[in-house]
Design a protein around this ligand. Structure first.
Ligand SMILES: Cc1ncc(COP(=O)(O)O)c(C=O)c1O
Length: 398
């Protein structure tokens, strides 16, 4: 099927590469704290993939979407959330979300009343695990398969963040977002035997070596230091003279995006990525992510023209990123990117009637809070955000 997408194309902006890594790059061995955290926690079994999207692809196939049928998916999404179903030739209908990105039950009811639905994709955005027990009941009552998207959640064979992976018939995760491996996707099903017959093939040795090289290089990536913080005032002043640009247009496309490679769909995660995820410290991962998130919260509380999407961090949440709503993406997103901040945004999305998704497409930015960020990197990131949001007069923006 073809979908209409609204696409922001940054080509004309000439953004420099990010100066700080958006995903974790440094490895830290599990220690005694981890042994205590994991004591008595049963190992989960599942299937490893190179990315969460291929785990989602297997879930979509198991849900029967390869035979045609409808997937309900969140209106706010990245392309990799829709690609797996589109690659199978399924029809994707987008459901409305509330401002906190939870599914709107009335929207689900209306879509299910209009057409028979085979599967529902539900996402725990940014690591904030939701109670999906009501969604499970909703699905079971209608014979719909629930695919729980834990791509933003700390969920591995060894550990699952509180409340995650409990209600989906199939559960997909992206360990590479939480550990310093070159790849990693994971499929899990709470029902024993639900993954019987799901096979993957190991990656070849050339890819294993390439993955190791990439992991080592990522750990050595040059980054910022205190002199970069001192240089910010001058850089910000120079930016105010630039005219923000960027091309935003509507596009129609049939099938998945080029980010979905069918020949990778059944390839298992690299051995090195699995080893790293299996031996890295979880307590350091959880503690640092939470501490970094709290630093973002403390700074954003005093800044104009922006507000955190989730201003509270419950103790059980292991955040994936810090989602921040900015009122005026032009100029603020543009200037953050020009300064080399690792800012992500889902600015290519399939068009829907959801006002939250259309609002967040350009205004919700995703800032890193991962465990590998050093103090000076966090200091720099916070200084960049502060200076951009404060010292630059806000102008009208898209
Ligand atoms: C919410 C969500 N689900 C699924 C995916 C697909 O994950 P992956 O990048 O591991 O394929 C992504 C991608 O970032 C995502 O953000």
């Amino acid at each position: 099927m073809s979908l209409d997408y609204q696409v922001f194309d940054p080509a004309s902006c000439h953004f420099p590469p990010p100066r700080v890594a958006a995903l974790p790059g440094r490895f830290e061995f599990a220690g005694a704290d981890d042994a205590a955290l994991l004591a008595g926690v049963p190992l989960l079994t599942g299937r490893h993939y190179s990315r969460g999207r291929y785990a989602l692809g297997a879930a979509c196939r198991l849900a029967g979407l390869a035979d045609g049928g409808v997937l309900l998916a969140p209106a706010y999404h990245c392309l990799s959330m829709l690609d797996p179903a589109l690659a199978l030739g399924a029809e994707v209908l987008l459901y409305r979300l509330n401002a906190d990105l939870s599914p709107d039950p009335a929207a689900l009811d209306a879509l299910a009343a209009a057409k028979p639905v085979k599967a529902l994709l539900a996402t725990h955005f940014f690591g904030f695990v939701r109670d999906f027990s009501w969604l499970r009941s909703w699905c079971v009552a209608r014979g719909v398969v629930l695919i729980e998207d834990c791509s933003h959640v700390l969920l591995t064979e060894r550990y699952r963040a509180a409340g995650a992976g409990c209600y989906g018939h199939f559960v997909a995760a992206s360990p590479y977002k939480f550990f310093p491996g070159a790849d990693g996707g994971w499929l899990y099903a709470p029902e024993p035997g639900a993954l019987a017959g799901v096979d993957t093939r190991p990656a070849n040795w050339r890819d294993e070596l390439r993955g190791l090289k990439q992991t080592i290089e990522a750990a050595r990536q040059p980054s910022v230091d205190a002199s970069d913080i001192a240089a910010l005032d001058g850089q910000v002043a120079a930016l105010t003279g630039q005219a923000p640009s960027g091309d935003d247009r509507r596009q129609s496309r049939a099938g998945p995006s080029p980010q979905y490679r069918p020949h990778s769909a059944a390839v298992a995660a690299l051995r090195s990525s699995r080893w790293l995820a299996g031996h890295a410290s979880l307590t350091a991962n959880i503690g640092r992510r939470q501490a970094h998130y709290r630093r973002w919260l403390a700074v954003a509380a005093d800044l104009p023209h922006c507000r955190p999407l989730y201003p509270e961090l419950p103790e059980t949440v292991v955040p994936y990123m810090f989602p921040l709503y900015i009122e005026q993406p032009l100029p603020h997103f543009y200037w953050l990117k020009q300064l080399g901040a690792p800012v992500w945004r889902w600015d290519q999305i399939a068009v829907s009637a959801c006002p939250v998704a259309s609002d967040y497409r350009l205004r919700l930015i995703h800032l890193p809070c991962h465990q590998s960020l050093r103090d000076v990197e966090m200091d720099w990131l916070l200084a960049v955000l502060t200076k951009v949001m404060r010292s630059i007069p806000a102008r009208s923006g898209r």
